[in-house]
Design a protein around this ligand. Structure first.
Ligand SMILES: *[C@@H]1O[C@H](CO)[C@@H](O)[C@H](O)[C@H]1NC(C)=O
Ligand SMILES: *[C@@H]1O[C@H](CO)[C@@H](O)[C@H](O)[C@H]1NC(C)=O
Length: 350
């Protein structure tokens, strides 16, 4: 065989090898970073009031178990994990009931109340995003010790990373406390500050080996029952200012996703935006089988969440409600949103 033929032959083998490995590269694990939209109970194990490991939370979860998920049942990462044929729920890293054997097929580092901004995590003393990464590094060590480098590295590389965060930076922090508003008098300046933090975060987990990553930014925040509750002059309609802000910030996250995919070889970062589907559900609840979209199931539905949710004052059937509490979707909403995100953005990883 001449030199050219040999090179061609090598080239063909390389293509075949690449093709077969990329085809067999299924997702072995779901790894989660973010806030209460994806926290499966880490806050139970830190001193904070941002918790939900008591009734009525979890009443529709397996065994009616209040796990610390801000939901009556499962949340999006659980549904995504199940749809990828892994497990029915993704356990919280800090939960001592689980060990590294369990975490090898899925683990959650998220913390309710956190944000991109360190100052956001300080509001309710929850886990800042940098610390979620520290836990992830510790997890990698344990995984390598447990499975050996080769198998552990494969899981780290082929896992699907779900990142859902940002709402608290605006609602809990920027619009509630003076610190950041003094520093960034125009909200677009704060958006750009957060965007820089987001970029560093993705570069860091990429550097640690993450490749398949889904980013879900802001929901239509102005339609959260808690925000509608304060919109008295507009008859408790959605707060348009917050929805527009969410659209604007999500747009910037979209640019960031495009840029990072260009800059970082092998990265497959997807902009799994949930804004539109959630807005559809809120505006046309009956099309999705819901009866109530403006208030949550627990209490008056306008302001209760966490310890303010009283099992004695909770709606009978959470499936009729888009929102479970004043800030978080019901299990049924999470299921619809997850199916949508899988079909539209995540199917290519299956
Ligand atoms: C994890 O826990 C299970 C049972 O709870 C046990 O069988 C297994 O050996 C543990 N794995 C490690 C690595 O500790
Ligand atoms: C957030 O806090 C961590 C730990 O103190 C620090 O390393 C990091 O630089 C902080 N980030 C910003 C943007 O201040």
């Amino acid at each position: 065989m001449g030199g050219k033929g040999y090179a061609l032959w090598l080239f063909i083998i390389e293509i075949l090898v690449h093709f077969s490995t990329s085809r067999s590269a299924k997702v072995p694990s779901i790894i989660v970073f973010g806030d209460s939209s994806v926290d499966s109970g880490n806050n139970n194990f830190i001193p904070t009031i941002a918790r939900s490991n008591f009734e009525p939370y979890g009443r529709d979860f397996f065994n009616g178990n209040p796990t610390g998920r801000f939901s009556n049942g499962r949340i999006a990462p659980d549904f995504i994990s199940e749809a990828f044929g892994i497990k029915q729920s993704v356990p919280a890293y800090l939960d001592p009931a689980y060990n590294i054997s369990d975490f090898a097929s899925g683990v959650c580092f998220a913390s309710a109340g956190t944000g991109f901004d360190n100052a956001t995590a300080r509001v309710a003393d929850v886990i800042p995003l940098w610390k979620e990464i520290e836990y992830y590094k510790e997890y990698q060590k344990k995984l390598r010790a447990h499975l050996g480098d080769e198998k552990a590295n494969e899981i780290i590389r082929e896992a699907l990373y779900l990142v859902s965060i940002g709402t608290n930076d605006f609602l809990e922090n920027y619009y509630t406390l003076p610190e950041r508003r003094c520093e960034f008098p125009i909200v677009q300046q704060y958006e750009d500050f957060l965007l820089g933090l987001a970029e560093s975060f993705f570069k860091e987990i990429y550097g640690l080996g993450a490749r398949k990553i889904s980013l879900t930014g802001l929901p239509p925040m102005g339609c959260l029952p808690l925000e509608r509750a304060t919109n008295i002059l507009e008859y408790h309609n959605c707060v348009e200012e917050y929805n527009n802000l969410a659209l604007e910030f999500n747009g910037k996250l979209g640019w960031l996703v495009t840029k990072l995919n260009k800059d970082l070889p092998g990265l497959q970062l997807v902009d799994a935006n949930a804004y539109d589907i959630i807005l559809q559900i809120v505006k046309h609840p009956s099309r999705f089988g819901f009866e109530v979209a403006d208030t949550g199931c627990c209490g008056t539905g306008r302001f209760e969440m966490g310890f303010l949710c009283d099992p004695k004052f909770t709606c009978e059937d959470a499936n009729k409600y888009v929102f479970w509490d004043a800030f978080h979707p019901s299990e049924k909403t999470s299921q619809i949103v997850s199916s949508h995100l899988i079909e539209k953005y995540l199917a290519k990883f299956r």
